[in-house]
Design a protein around this ligand. Structure first.
Ligand SMILES: [Zn+2]
Length: 256
C-alpha cells in the first residue's frame, strides 16, 4: 500500500522529537508520504527544511493557523510561499475558526487573512489545506465565490448538507482516525462519494482514542472504518483514494 497522510503536524511535540520512529512505524503500515501543514512563519521555514531532509517522504505546506490573527505574519508567509513555490505542495493550515474566534471584529480580520491565502493559492495554482471549525458552510461559500478549485477540507466538522456545495465543486474532504469515535464524521463520510475522500492523521490531534497522542500510523483506523462504511475492500479503497490524492497534489516525488 502507498498511502499519503495529507494533513499532519510533524513539527509539533512530541512527534518532532521522535520523527524517525514515527515515520518508520507509519511506513510499516503502508503510509509512506506526509504533507506537513504549518501554523506560523517559523514552522513554515522548518517544514521546508524537513522536506529537504526527508526527500520524497515529507512534503511541505505553509500557512497560518486561523486563530493566529496576525496580518503581518500572514503577509510574511505569503511572501515565503511565493519565493519557494516549487518546493511547497499546499497552502495550509489556513481557514476560518468560528469556534474559538467569536468577536465580529476578529472574525473580519480572520476572513481578511484567509482571503489573502485563497487568492494566493489561485494565483500560484496550489492546493488549499483547510481548517473550518464551526464555519464549514461559510468557508465553502467563500472558496466557491473566490473561484478556488484545488481544495482539501480537513476534519470537516459540519453536516453532509453543509458540505454539499463543496462536494459538488469537486473539493476533497480528508478523514482523520477520530472517525472511529465521532458520530458526526461517521454520518458525513457515509454519504460522501469516495471520489471526494482523502486520508489524514492531523497528528498529534484527533487520535482514535480521545485525548491520546495521535500519529500517522493510525490512519489505518480511519481506513478500516471507511471500508466498513463504504463496503469496500481496503486495497480497492486505497487505490481510489490514491487517485484522489494525485488529482489534488499531482505526483509527490523526490523532485519536489
Ligand atoms: Zn491540523
Amino acid at each position: 500500500m502507498n498511502i499519503t497522510d495529507t494533513h499532519c503536524h510533524l513539527l509539533s511535540s512530541p512527534l518532532y522529537e521522535n520523527l524517525d520512529n514515527i515515520i518508520e512505524r507509519a511506513k510499516s503500515r503502508g503510509i509512506d508520504k506526509f504533507v506537513v501543514v504549518t501554523e506560523n512563519f517559523e514552522e513554515s521555514i522548518k517544514a521546508l527544511e524537513l522536506s529537504e531532509r526527508y526527500k520524497g517522504v515529507i512534503f511541505a505546506a505553509a500557512g497560518l493557523f486561523p486563530t493566529n490573527l496576525d496580518l503581518l505574519e500572514a503577509l510574511k508567509i505569503a511572501d515565503f510561499i511565493k519565493k519557494n513555490r516549487k518546493k511547497i505542495v499546499a497552502i495550509g493550515e489556513v481557514g476560518l475558526d468560528h469556534w474559538k474566534i467569536k468577536d465580529e471584529k476578529e472574525r473580519k480580520l480572520q476572513r481578511e487573512i484567509f482571503e489573502i491565502f485563497v487568492e494566493l493559492a489561485i494565483e500560484l495554482n496550489l492546493p488549499l489545506n483547510i481548517h473550518s471549525r464551526s464555519a464549514g458552510k461559510v468557508t465553502i461559500e467563500l472558496l466557491i465565490a473566490k473561484g478556488a478549485e484545488k481544495v482539501q477540507m480537513h476534519a470537516f466538522d459540519g453536516s453532509f448538507s453543509s458540505a454539499k456545495k463543496g462536494i459538488d465543486a469537486g473539493f476533497f474532504f480528508s478523514v482523520p482516525p477520530s472517525i472511529v469515535r465521532s458520530n458526526q464524521k461517521q454520518k458525513l463520510f457515509r454519504r460522501m462519494p469516495i471520489e471526494n475522500i482523502l486520508l489524514e492523521s492531523d497528528a498529534p490531534a484527533l487520535a482514535p482514542e480521545a485525548g491520546d497522542i495521535n500519529e500517522p500510523a493510525n490512519i489505518l483506523f480511519a481506513l478500516e472504518y471507511l471500508g466498513y462504511l463504504k463496503k469496500l475492500e481496503i486495497e480497492e479503497m486505497v487505490a481510489k483514494i490514491s487517485k484522489n490524492t494525485q488529482k489534488l497534489y499531482g505526483e509527490l516525488n523526490a523532485d519536489i
